[in-house]
Design a binder for this molecule. Structure first.
Ligand SMILES: [Zn+2]
Ligand SMILES: [Zn+2]
Length: 289
């Protein structure tokens, strides 16, 4: 299905959204959004007409409940920001692009809803105007991808995405798990890379059990360095080692190029960087066993 996601970017939203990373929405909308949906970002504004436009496209990834019980998080995959904002009103054909392709019972899209269906026709028209090639988007997201393939794609994209849109507010969410962390966890297992602690199984309504482990970015996101969102900058840690690495007095981190040497107050570990090259080798080793 194709949908519109309303996302304010002219003001900072009260939701824990990270445009092109995460969409935070109230429970009421849960039946309007599904994993695999292709979406277009819509910047709405009730009072200023010139602040209404479309600004990006992407695919909905995993949808997970927020701990508050009344909101959900939708992961954003393959987000592409339009080079220019697309006005919602088409001057040449004099009409709202979103009105197109609505036939039968419903003559109009439900404009007032933050998440709403958009016709294939309107979707394609917005992409055409934005000069985004539809083939750039893999609308075949339902096809199961291996975590390694997912990581390859994400790393390639994240390598030149500066994490500049992120702010302190979202730091918690990052450690709770992004697509990169999740894929990494699937490959490495939920095990602390410093002390070997095994993550416990999380309480979940889902059919597949998930284990708890935290992700730490060695080059901190806050430094906003290019590439710091990639898997080779991330290590999986237990809550204790993670707290110590952030707040401990006796921390030593040496970058050896292909590995990190990390010393905490009472332990030391040499950890291979989680590069695709390393993870691929690891996969090979696992198969051999
Ligand atoms: Zn640990
Ligand atoms: Zn951390």
């Amino acid at each position: 299905m194709k949908i519109i996601l309303s996302q304010r970017i002219d003001i900072s939203s009260t939701y824990n959204d990270i445009p092109f990373q995460t969409y935070h929405f109230p429970k009421e909308y849960l039946n309007k959004i599904n994993t695999g949906d292709a979406f277009i970002y819509y910047q709405g504004n009730k009072s200023k007409k010139q602040h209404r436009y479309y600004f990006g496209v992407g695919i909905i990834g995993k949808i997970e409940p927020d701990i508050d019980g009344i909101h959900y998080y939708a992961e954003i995959l393959e987000g592409i920001k339009f080079k220019e904002n697309i006005p919602i009103y088409d001057q040449i054909n004099t009409g709202y692009i979103e009105d197109r392709g609505f036939e039968g019972k419903r003559k109009q899209p439900d404009w007032q809803n933050s998440i709403r269906k958009i016709s294939d026709e309107a979707f394609s028209e917005i992409l055409r105007l934005s000069h985004v090639d539809q083939n750039q988007l893999s609308i075949d997201i339902e096809e199961p991808r291996s975590p390694l393939e997912t990581l390859k794609k994400l790393n390639a994209k994240l390598y030149d995405t500066p994490p500049s849109e992120r702010n302190a507010k979202v730091q918690n969410f990052i450690d709770r798990g992004t697509a990169v962390t999740r894929a990494l966890k699937e490959i490495l297992g939920a095990k602390c890379q410093i002390c070997g602690w095994h993550g416990f199984t999380k309480k979940s309504k889902k059919s597949i059990d998930e284990s708890f482990i935290e992700a730490h970015h060695l080059d901190q996101i806050a430094n906003q360095n290019i590439g710091s969102l990639c898997s080779d900058n991330i290590i999986l840690l237990c809550p204790n080692c993670h707290r110590e690495i952030h707040y401990g007095k006796y921390i030593r981190i040496i970058d050896h190029g292909k590995s990190f040497e990390i010393g905490l107050s009472n332990k030391i570990a040499v950890i291979e960087k989680n590069t695709i090259e390393y993870l691929e080798k690891l996969k090979f080793k696992l198969i051999e066993k």
